[in-house]
Ligand binder design. Structure first.
Ligand SMILES: NC(=O)c1ccc[n+]([C@@H]2O[C@H](COP(=O)([O-])OP(=O)(O)OC[C@H]3O[C@@H](n4cnc5c(N)ncnc54)[C@H](O)[C@@H]3O)[C@@H](O)[C@H]2O)c1
Length: 216
């Protein structure tokens, strides 16, 4: 990959998959705007990646932060070629025990945050014929017991992606979603503690072989 003189804005860039995307695209020469609610870790990530990385503090649940992170990326790099929406939270528990606050937090970050990051990036992406990658989840396609709110949020991201893909295609802007199964990042650790070593091993094998989660 050669991404020199192209700019990528990554949300949730301070950890997990967002951090992995940042490292990979840095190696490919991209200019990187690394947005995260965790300001210290975003700054540390940008510092580790060098001069082509800009740390941005943003809570994607706030549309004003989404607008500001896009504006700051454009102010520094002058263009935007790719938006990766990786910021997200895991919320779990029996549906009858879930609170409105849990619903609002999960939907605000996972779905509303993804939409408003896209909404504010679209004008710049139209200029470059750029692209959007939304990190949804297998849970948004197939569902998962005990995580109804998270599944609803990620199902929303899948449909949002389809709608934006249709809306933006005439202007040459692509919009795709990735639907990972279990990936061992910090968000996954609460789940990992509940899984036996044998099951973890078989899950890892199934991930390697088929991309289908062990739970399915
Ligand atoms: N790890 C998995 O098994 C898995 C599977 C499917 C989908 N996903 C999705 O992949 C994405 C990345 O997850 P990950 O595994 O790298 O998790 P992670 O916890 O390592 O990273 C998530 C990042 O998002 C940031 N973040 C959280 N709330 C935010 C907010 N309001 N504004 C800005 N940043 C915020 C966190 O600070 C963190 O840096 C998430 O959307 C997650 O739902 C993860």
């Amino acid at each position: 990959m050669d991404w020199r003189e192209k700019c990528i804005l990554i949300t949730g860039a301070a950890s997990g998959m967002g951090l992995a995307f940042a490292r990979r695209f840095a190696a490919a020469g991209a200019d990187l705007a690394l947005a995260d609610i965790d300001a210290a870790r975003a700054a540390a990530t940008a510092a580790a990646l060098g001069h082509q990385a800009l740390a941005l503090t943003a809570d994607v649940a706030k549309p004003t932060d989404c607008a500001a992170m896009v504006a700051d990326a454009l102010a520094r790099f002058g263009r935007l070629d790719l938006l990766i929406n990786s910021a997200g939270v895991w919320v779990e528990g029996p549906a009858e025990e879930m609170t409105e606050a849990a619903w609002d937090r999960c939907l605000d970050i996972n779905l509303k945050g993804t939409f408003f990051a896209c909404r504010h990036a679209i004008p710049a992406l139209r200029k470059t014929g750029g692209a959007i990658i939304n990190i949804a989840s297998d849970a948004g396609l197939m569902g998962s017991a005990g995580a109804s709110i998270y599944c609803a949020s990620k199902g929303g991201v899948v449909q949002l992606t389809r709608a934006l893909a249709l809306e933006l295609a005439p202007d040459g802007v692509r919009c795709n979603a990735i639907c990972p199964c279990d990936v061992e990042t910090p968000i996954w650790r609460p789940m990992a503690s509940k899984v036996s070593p044998a099951l973890r091993s078989s899950r890892a094998a199934s991930m390697r072989c088929s991309g289908v989660s062990w739970r399915r």
